[in-house]
Design a protein. Structure first.
Length: 305
């Protein structure tokens, strides 16, 4: 009940989710607070927030309950039933890719699974945040984590709108980018103002600058479509725009190939039937070459241009 109130930030919402009365939830929380010896929630008529004591309890209770749930799922999984809530964390641009490749077929094959896909551009501790697995670029392996290769390697390309290239020309080498307007993606506390390339078989890093910094890849792509500047990103994300001619690549000979996406999860979770089902389904579907429509692109309408 404590975890549910913390998640839903309300006693009534938690009660609805748990199928009990609000008074039952309140009584349980009061009993827990007496045991702890400190208030766990700050209650007002409009909101319910964790106190410092509540935050500390949550940080320890959530992983403990996740471990208990994993044990129960593993034990019940001996009967072969694939059921339960499955939470997957990934960068926001990857969400359409998974939707296009996996849905609705995965849910049709496993109707007792509740799948939650959460887009988050900042790396997180999936265990602390209550996720069963995560997806990130590269072979992401930490202590007590298992990583599975999910998608093929791909190139990081630099793209620009035809109108921008006609007006400003094309860079002949990566070093020329210092004379071009570039669109920068902000991640966490800094903008990615250094782009990597391969010249004569060696990796180089070139500093770039520009008039626009955005913390969303979709926003960066749309800005490139508008002719704001050049932008570097994985080739697969803009395949549909390149095929239609809305964007064009530059510096193709110098593009760097990077590892594909990896699906990673705590080693203790690998026995969960619901996670095994997702891993098997996702790896079988996604270990293929990308197609232009894989990202379910939402191009600008002609009236928006």
């Amino acid at each position: 009940m404590f975890l549910t109130v913390a998640e839903y930030r309300g006693f009534r919402a938690a009660a609805r989710h748990l199928g009990v009365t609000p008074s039952a939830v309140s009584q349980a929380i009061r009993s827990l607070e007496r045991r702890v010896g400190a208030p766990l929630f700050s209650r007002t008529t409009r909101s319910v927030r964790l106190t410092e004591a509540g935050e500390r309890l949550l940080a320890h209770a959530r992983p403990a309950v996740d471990m208990l749930t994993a044990g129960l799922d593993a034990a019940s999984g001996l009967g072969g039933e694939i059921t339960g809530r499955l939470r997957i964390n990934m960068p926001r641009p990857i969400v359409p890719l998974l939707v296009n490749h996996l849905l609705p077929d995965f849910l049709d094959a496993h109707p007792n699974i509740e799948l939650e896909l959460v887009g988050d551009d900042h790396p997180i501790d999936i265990v602390e945040e209550g996720f069963d697995a995560g997806i990130r670029l590269g072979n992401f392996v930490q202590i007590d984590m298992v990583a599975k290769w999910l998608t093929p390697p791909e190139r990081f390309v630099v793209v620009g709108a035809p109108v921008f290239l006609r007006e400003h020309g094309r860079p002949a080498s990566p070093y020329d980018l210092q004379n071009f307007r570039c669109i920068l993606l902000r991640q966490s506390v800094r903008a990615l103002d250094h782009w990597q390339f391969v010249v004569d078989g060696k990796r180089i890093t070139v500093g770039v600058a520009g008039p626009l910094v955005i913390n969303d890849i979709e926003g960066c792509v749309r800005s490139a479509l508008r002719g704001v500047g050049l932008f570097q990103l994985p080739h697969s994300i803009v395949m549909s725009h390149l095929e239609r001619g809305d964007l064009q690549t530059v510096l193709e000979p110098y593009c760097e190939e990077v590892p594909g996406l990896s699906l990673y999860y705590p080693s203790r979770n690998q026995s969960l039937p619901k996670l095994r089902a997702f891993v098997d389904f996702a790896t079988e579907r996604m270990r293929k070459s990308f197609k232009p429509d894989n990202y379910l692109s939402n191009p600008l309408r002609d009236s928006d241009r």
